[in-house]
Design a binder for this molecule. Sequence first.
Ligand SMILES: Cc1ncc(COP(=O)(O)O)c(C=O)c1O
Length: 455
Amino acid sequence: MNPSPAQSAGSATETTAYRSPHSRSRELYQRASQVMPGGNTRHSIAMAPYPIYAVSGSGCRVRDVEGDERIDFLNNYTSLILGHADPRVTAAVERRVASSTAFTMPTPEDVELAELLVARIPYVDQIRFCNSGSEAVMLAVKAARAFTGRHKIAKFEGAYHGIYDYVEVSEGPAADEWGDADAPRSVTEPGTPPSVAEDVLILPWNRLEACRGLIAQHKDELAAILVDPMPLGIGMIQPRPGFLEFLREETARHGILLVADEVLNFRISYHGAAHAFGIQPDLASFGKIIGGGFPVGAVGGSRRVMSVFDHTGGLKVHHGGTFNANPVTITAGLETMRQMTREAFDRLNGLGDYIRERLTRMLHDRGLDAQVCGRASMFVAHLNSGELVDYRSLRGFSRTSPIYGELCHEMLGRGIITSPRGVFGCLSTPMREPEAGAFVDSLDESIRRLGIRPS
Ligand SMILES: Cc1ncc(COP(=O)(O)O)c(C=O)c1O
């Protein structure tokens, strides 16, 4: 195994074997391209010219097929809050697997995880499990439609909520598709019927007066406003003071449900993201960390709204799913959530403050007009100048800008895993200040090597 720079406290050792013409990653990608379109089965991890293939992970480190080890700041896009192969999660899962993995019956663990989440999340009286965040968002939207008897939803331009047709609308429109800043166009993805666009109102993030006008125009048709309180697709730009409260008030006034997408941001706090931002949604979707590293989703909310799923009381929304609440996921999720005590969140979020502060200082010292967004255990360093307000304000230095891909490869070569679509990272509990510092040093050195200078 080749030690990474972070392991050897900033030495110049490189983790670049994947770039060799004879690397196993290159060979695996060539084989993958024969049997999978684009050589890929998950667009969010595609990387040019090819991805690095992983073999194992332990704590905050991941080893690739060449034997190089790196510190993992992606954690399967935020889902591994305890890092890789946590010993207690692994032991619990091994015990579970040895006594079968799936039944056509519920298990006691379903009830325990549901009870744990209901006890922690102030706006969740009842919850149901599914297998992905996308399913969780879809179920929340369907529940809102069934509850209100209305069919339209509103969501924010640039926000990602998974792969359900309606929530994919305008998840990343190109500048020539935007339309009016005060009335953004609804842009569907390829493969989606154009009629879907008519049922999705697109709102501009943080632009309160524009949102007020748009909501007022569509108030009688809107079943829900779907909001991620700090959307990664919008660069984790924080909601302006009062913006989320305004959404809560407007929705309540017009009989629209407020649906929080906490699939990614539930890791912000012990009580959930909406709570941390001071709002009380009617429904929320969850995923990622609550599955302890296994596929998961969940929809939860007030008892009144969740009653649309109650088959004993005149069912309105059907919810099947062969693997819903599968015992392996639920066991891993339960062990993970038990370890994520208030103190564990506090320590991890304190490390988040530390890394955001160090990143900000380093970028400032380099003279770059860059900005660090994010909160709790997540951060995004934007190499943008100008005020960051909404999705459109990011495009000057867009997440598709080639510079982010180059920075990512530089950092991969220095023992750090980050995203090719922006300098994004999230922390896991095995990390301490040296690992956070290694990220900052690696970005600093990568910026220098690429010659990124103040504009
Ligand atoms: C905010 C948000 N919602 C929904 C999803 C979809 O979750 P999944 O990938 O588990 O389907 C994601 C995935 O990254 C997400 O970040």
